[in-house]
Design a binder for this molecule. Structure first.
Ligand code: ZN
Length: 240
């Protein structure tokens, strides 16, 4: 099976549209998501509608839960907090219900999906160190865990040691367990502003990171026009 796995869309409908166009060419068997449909950007409604139509499995991100009051936003940065409050006001009852019902963990076809880490998933911890990764690996029953949250694409592999790679194509054939951060569709933070997603071939156990150009200027203008923090518009131009 060939899966496209994407996440951290963050209400960036221009980026989502470009990524879905590219996925059509990939001829995948299914689309999965590691969450954060909303937050930061200007088009939560269209993003929720589209995602709900195209994905076969999706977990909750911290911004998804924050927008519906299911997680505390005290520790969100000021720009994220403003966007969360703005997003909450835009959501219809149906959109609110959709986000509220997203699960924290999904296991399917030998894969696990979680937004932050399998270690206390409801706290949405970041995997920043090998120690963080080890805590996640301890909760991993499958061979591979797909995550988002940091918006930085990377693969952490564990055998007798733990190591990290960020090559565009990686085989996991000889690796016992791996955590794959799929990068971000709507707000990449690895200094590459192109939208990011992953293709995973379950038979070959191969991971391919794909980057897609989209109309960043338009997405950026929409953020300004909505009255959202200008930094949210600026950062998508630079991929930070
Ligand atoms: Zn995010």
């Amino acid at each position: 099976m060939l899966y496209a796995i994407l996440g951290d869309i963050h209400s960036n409908f221009d980026a989502l549209g470009a990524v879905l166009e590219e996925i059509k060419k990939d001829r995948v068997d299914g689309i999965l998501s590691v969450g954060d449909i909303v937050g930061y950007g200007a088009e939560p409604g269209p993003c929720i509608k589209t995602v709900s139509e195209v994905v076969s499995a999706i977990v909750a991100g911290n911004h998804d839960y924050a927008a519906v009051g299911k997680t505390d936003i005290e520790y969100f940065n000021p720009e994220a907090k403003k966007a969360v409050l703005w997003t909450s006001r835009q959501l219809s009852q149906e959109e609110n219900r959709y986000l509220s019902n997203l699960p924290l963990i999904i296991e399917l076809d030998g894969m696990t999906l979680v937004h932050g880490s399998l270690h206390l998933p409801e706290l949405f911890a970041y995997i920043r160190t090998f120690y963080d990764a080890e805590l996640c690996f301890r909760g991993l029953k499958n061979e591979v865990c797909f995550v988002g949250h940091s918006h930085v694409p990377v693969i952490i592999m564990r055998d007798s040691t733990i190591r990290a790679v960020n090559d565009p194509e990686v085989s996991l054939r000889d690796v016992s367990k791996a955590i794959v951060n799929v990068g971000s569709v709507g707000q990449p933070r690895d200094r590459n502003p192109k939208a990011c997603y992953v293709l995973y071939n379950t038979a070959e156990r191969s991971v391919k990171f794909k980057r897609v150009e989209y109309d960043i200027a338009r997405a950026s203008e929409k953020i300004i026009e909505a009255g959202l923090p200008p930094f949210n518009a600026e950062r998508i131009r630079w991929g930070v």
